[in-house]
Write a protein that binds this ligand. Structure first.
Ligand code: FPP
Length: 509
């Protein structure tokens, strides 16, 4: 099955803004403050996002009356009617308004129609918070609203000379909105601001384009929660175009889908679906590993074969690493760990060791801008105390500057798998802990990083050489004769293809 990304897809500016406001609020709480932050309705309709916000102390309520007096309440991206704002003020609540700016614009238009004495038809599903907010706006201005598909026939039946104001829920199917407006315009005079939001329309149009290009029998996978209106609309658009439609809200749901018979699959996601999940889904579908680790071997032999100094082999190896990091980004691989210097490498001649340390320092300093521009988090694993104070300060400064980024390059320097296990054991003993696999893991150098799925070793050596001994217990290995400086994109793809074809049973039957 050919798997293709449908662009654009995923989070829109309104959702991003709402989540950013909520996260800011959680961050601004004084240390140790565990009081809940209330949110009226789901901030955005996505279970992954809601789960993460709950972990940060958010509590979701359906009625403003459930928020204790004086507490902080966030209004969701879908907006609230003016009556709710008034009640929040009466109860002395601290309000953080995360309403999407486009939804707020629809509120203003609906209100302006009502204030001019016009009846208003709200195209959309009557149940969701967004439509209730718009209707509340019309009623607060003393107007009358016709809602939903029934609203269209009721508004048509009314006829009359006075123009009808028409607005739409921002996440409607854009074709449906056009049809409803045309139908109303045939029956009576209309003034309309009935447009779905630009991001919604762009995502729906991208699905239509994919389906037209892919032809009959194509599949469309829509990622997002069942509660998300714009996600459901994307599925409807694909179905209208004749595609076979699949939906999933998480990886477990995805793993239950049966794509047999689908030759070409386009993947899109709703405006509230995190890109992390999208990338995870792409990796799952294309069977791309999440974490690749590499033993970059053969720099010395590469240099020797060319009559060059070993230091030139290491410099060429550093260039290969830069390329591999880009290939990982292009393929959705989130973690790349590389073995740059082992605890045993200190035994090498002093000139080579000094040259390597100088190369690390130079590369990390000069590449800082690229790490930030490409949003790559840099981390070191290994015995930090073995590094010179100058190199350590370069390493730690780069770690601080890039710590917010999701994609990661983890460089093992003065690293040994046995040393890591000993260091973790000592840390556990110092805390008087009962050791289990889980508690032990917390003391590894990068405990939050998942174990490598695939370990690659270049230069024809088929050894583990003290690399990630704990973490690679169930990793797949791939060896190549290519020396590290010559390691090409084709070599990398061969390793990934080999990985994709393997059945990882992890000891199961
Ligand atoms: C093993 O080849 C390679 C190393 C010990 C050094 C690897 C370092 C780099 C590629 C530079 C990376 C730079 C940064 C900033 C992380 P070898 O010297 O043992 O080769 P040989 O087996 O042919 O002698």
């Amino acid at each position: 099955m050919q798997v293709e990304v449908i662009e654009p897809h995923g989070m829109c500016a309104g959702v991003n803004g709402a989540i950013a406001r909520a996260l800011e609020l959680a961050k601004s709480r004084p240390a140790g403050d565990r009081s809940p932050i209330y949110c009226l309705h789901e901030l955005v309709h996505n279970e992954i996002v809601i789960g993460e916000l709950k972990d940060l102390g958010f509590r979701f309520v359906d009625r403003i009356g459930e928020v204790p007096r004086g507490a902080t309440v966030v209004f969701s991206a879908h907006g609230v009617p003016p009556q709710v704002r008034e009640e929040a003020a009466r109860r002395g609540l601290k309000v953080v308004d995360a309403t999407c700016p486009f939804v707020a614009r629809v509120h203003r238009s609906a209100r302006a129609f009502a204030e001019k004495g016009m009846e208003v038809c709200v195209l959309g599903d009557p149940a969701p918070a967004e439509v209730r907010g718009i209707v509340g706006e019309v009623e607060d201005a003393g107007g009358r609203a016709f809602v939903g598909p029934h609203g269209v026939s009721a508004a048509k039946a009314k006829g009359g000379a006075a123009p009808l104001g028409v607005v739409a829920q921002t996440t409607m199917n854009s074709d449906e909105v056009e049809r409803a407006v045309a139908e109303l315009a045939r029956a009576r005079r209309v003034k309309t601001m009935a447009k779905v939001c630009g991001a919604t329309k762009d995502r729906q149009d991208a699905v239509r384009r994919f389906c037209r290009g892919a032809g009959p029998g194509a599949g469309v996978l829509v990622l997002g929660s069942k509660t998300s209106s714009n996600t459901r609309r994307l599925a409807e658009v694909a179905e209208d175009c004749g595609a076979k439609v699949f939906t999933a809200g998480d990886v477990e749901g995805l793993s239950r889908l049966d794509f047999s018979g689908v030759g070409r699959l386009g993947v899109t996601s709703g405006a509230s679906t995190p890109e992390r999940f999208f990338m995870e889904a792409m990796r799952f579908l294309r069977r791309v590993p999440e974490h690749v680790a590499i033993i970059m071997d053969g720099n010395g032999r590469w240099a020797k074969a060319r009559g060059k100094a070993r230091s030139e082999g290491h410099r060429a190896g550093a260039k290969t690493l830069e390329r591999v990091l880009d290939w990982c980004g292009e393929r959705g691989i989130r973690y790349l760990t590389v073995y740059a210097f082992s605890t045993e490498n200190w035994k090498r001649p002093k000139a080579e060791v000094d040259g390597l340390m100088a190369l690390f320092a130079r590369m990390l300093k000069t590449k800082e801008r690229d790490f930030v521009a490409n949003r790559v988090r840099f981390r070191m694993v290994g015995r930090r105390g073995d590094l010179s104070p100058k190199l350590l300060s370069i390493v730690e400064s780069l770690e601080r500057k890039t710590e917010a980024f999701e994609r990661q390059l983890i460089v093992a320097i003065s690293y040994g798998g046995r040393a890591e296990i000993v260091d973790a054991a000592n840390a556990a003993v110092a805390r008087g802990e009962q050791v289990t696999e889980e508690t032990f893991r917390r003391h590894l150098y990068a405990p939050d990083v998942p174990d490598p799925d695939l370990v690659i070793r270049t230069s024809g050596e088929c050894r583990v050489s003290n690399f990630l001994l704990w973490e690679s217990a169930y990793s797949e290995y791939w060896f190549t004769d290519t020396l590290w400086p010559d390691f090409s994109e084709a070599d990398f793809d061969r390793a990934l293809e080999s990985y994709a074809a393997r059945d990882r049973r992890r000891g199961g039957a």
